[in-house]
Design a binder for this molecule. Structure first.
Ligand code: ADP
Length: 184
């Protein structure tokens, strides 16, 4: 049973590394960004509410996110483990996740922090070209990360659950570092 939470700035490679590890652990990759982008594309109620925030590089409000993650973690395929990518993104989400995981008896193994310097992040995101990847939105997403998400590094370090990995290395090297560190 593997349950991992991926932390790190936008463009750190969370999605890429999560995708590499799901094949190894045979658990679903739960990306809140992917779930939201699908909702936007399908024009669901959630998608319509989330779209403006996403395009502006803001966090989608917690009242939408908490219910979404609770529902997703209660689905059948999540009972055998998961890799969580994009949640939690602020302290309120992290506290809710602690409470939720205790409630559904799904303790996480580790929180993986992918460490990448700002200038590398900027260069990567400018190349990626997603709808929310233009210069000013990227900068705003980085500010949001710094002010709201990065405090979670301390939050999980103090719980002795944090693993930090140098994300500024070739993709395969990051994957093999990860495999070594989380191997049980
Ligand atoms: P990135 O790699 O840029 O961090 P994501 O795909 O994880 O991108 O997220 C894209 C956008 O989706 C975020 O900028 C935010 O608007 C929204 N989002 C994703 N996860 C969350 C979350 N847990 N809470 C609030 N908003 C979120």
């Amino acid at each position: 049973m593997t349950r991992l939470i991926f932390l790190g700035p936008p463009g750190a490679g969370k999605g890429t590394q999560a995708a590499a590890l799901v094949n190894l652990f045979l658990v679903p990759h739960i990306s809140t960004g992917d779930i939201l982008r699908t909702a936007v594309a399908e024009k669901t109620e959630l998608g319509q509410k989330a779209e403006t925030y996403m395009n502006a590089g803001e966090l989608v409000p917690d009242d939408l996110m908490l219910g979404l993650i609770r529902e997703r973690l209660n689905q059948e395929d999540a009972q055998s483990g998961w890799i969580l990518d994009g949640f939690p993104r602020n302290v309120a989400q992290a506290e809710f996740l602690d409470y939720l995981l205790a409630d559904i008896h799904q303790p996480y193994d580790f929180v993986v922090n992918l460490d990448v310097p700002d200038e590398v992040i900027l260069a990567r995101l400018q190349k990626r070209g997603r709808q929310d990847d233009n210069e000013s939105v990227i900068r705003h997403r980085l500010d949001v990360y710094r002010s709201q998400t990065s405090p979670l590094i301390e939050f999980y370090r103090s719980r002795q659950k944090l693993i930090s990995i140098n994300g500024n290395q070739p993709m395969e090297t990051v994957t093999s570092d990860l495999k070594q560190l989380v191997s049980i």
